[in-house]
Design a protein around this ligand. Structure first.
Ligand code: SF4
Length: 322
């Protein structure tokens, strides 16, 4: 049965011009480079990759905060161009990595959670307090925190406030950008379990962006692996974790996460540093770090090879298919 997409990007690219300094002009940075990705209704799609691979730019495109240079963004099958930013914000809400910086420290929790209602003029002002209390109940916070300020709450409580604020508009899709990586390990699983429960209770759709493969494995139905602006592998979560195909995915899976959760960078032990996206390698952009690199990899970019619901972009798959 064909799954209906809540969100979809089709061949989307996003190019930034980066100033090279005095008299040196600008160079193109392909933050997202011809990406197609479907997020089916009611499902969790994980998006993984190292910092700087284009995950956050793609998230901003989906949130309507960044216009793609080319390609299409579809909300429930309709072009994003037919929706106002206000409409998109009512349907798609983000949850960010650091709940402290994403919450206004000078405002009470009640004011923070009710802000979207006030901005979008949803419902009657007399109902706003009641809705805030409903949200606090939903995310497992006592109602008394409505009068508190962010600095009076723990990191886990602040992320619950951020989730309450995201949900008060009753969106269909939540884009979770590293939702637990700024939290103590002890509260990370509580927040993930809360997100999982809320998805089932409210029928939500998630894009779960994380460098932490354990988070994605815990939550996702499908996983896309991003490298230097491209999705290099995509498959059902069970397939991707059991039988990864792309050498980069294999390296990520065998990686050891750095002990400092704030760094947000997996130690992929790939030997060389992440390439400069302004000056990407020729051919397969992963080739300088790939243990399986062949001559063709330095010259030709691999094309997507699709095997059922499993896609990988690697010359090894081309050779296997041939
Ligand atoms: Fe490695 Fe070549 Fe595959 Fe790129 S195309 S991931 S360099 S084997």
């Amino acid at each position: 049965m064909k799954e209906e997409a809540a969100l979809e990007v089709v061949d989307v690219s996003c190019v930034f011009r980066v100033n090279q300094g005095f008299m040196k002009g600008t160079k193109a940075l392909h933050a997202v480079n011809g990406v197609s990705l479907k997020i089916p209704k009611g499902k969790v799609v994980g998006l993984v990759g190292e910092s700087g691979c284009g995950k956050s730019t793609l998230a901003n495109i989906l949130l309507g905060l960044q216009k793609p240079t080319s390609g299409n963004v579809l909300y429930s099958g309709s072009s994003a161009d037919s929706f106002s930013q206000r409409h998109i914000a009512r349907r798609i809400q983000p949850i960010f990595q650091d709940p402290y910086s994403s919450l206004n420290a000078t405002k009470s929790i009640k004011s923070i959670i009710s802000l979207p209602l006030r901005v979008h003029r949803v419902g009657a002002p007399a109902d706003w307090d009641r809705k805030v209390y409903e949200m606090l109940d939903l995310v497992g916070l006592p109602r008394r925190v409505a009068q508190s300020f962010p600095s009076q709450l723990s990191g886990g409580q602040r992320q619950r406030v951020a989730i309450a604020r995201a949900l008060i508009m009753r969106p269909e899709v939540i884009i979770c950008d590293e939702p637990t990586s700024a939290l103590d390990v002890s509260v990370q699983s509580q927040i993930l379990n809360l997100l999982q429960d809320l998805r089932q209770e409210l029928g939500l759709t998630y894009l779960m962006i994380s460098h932490n493969l354990a988070v994605v494995e815990h939550m996702a139905d499908r996983v896309a692996v991003m490298y230097l602006g491209r999705i290099v592998e995509e498959a059902d979560a069970a397939t991707l974790f059991r039988a990864p195909s792309h050498p980069y995915t294999k390296a990520l899976l065998s990686s050891v996460l750095t002990p400092d959760p704030h760094l947000g960078v997996p130690d992929t032990q790939l030997g060389t540093v992440f390439p400069n996206p302004i000056d990407p390698p020729s051919g397969c952009s992963f080739h300088p770090r790939c243990a399986a690199c062949m001559d063709i990899c330095r010259e030709q970019a691999p094309q997507p090879q699709i095997n059922g619901a499993h896609m990988a972009e690697c010359h090894l798959d081309t050779a296997a298919a041939g």
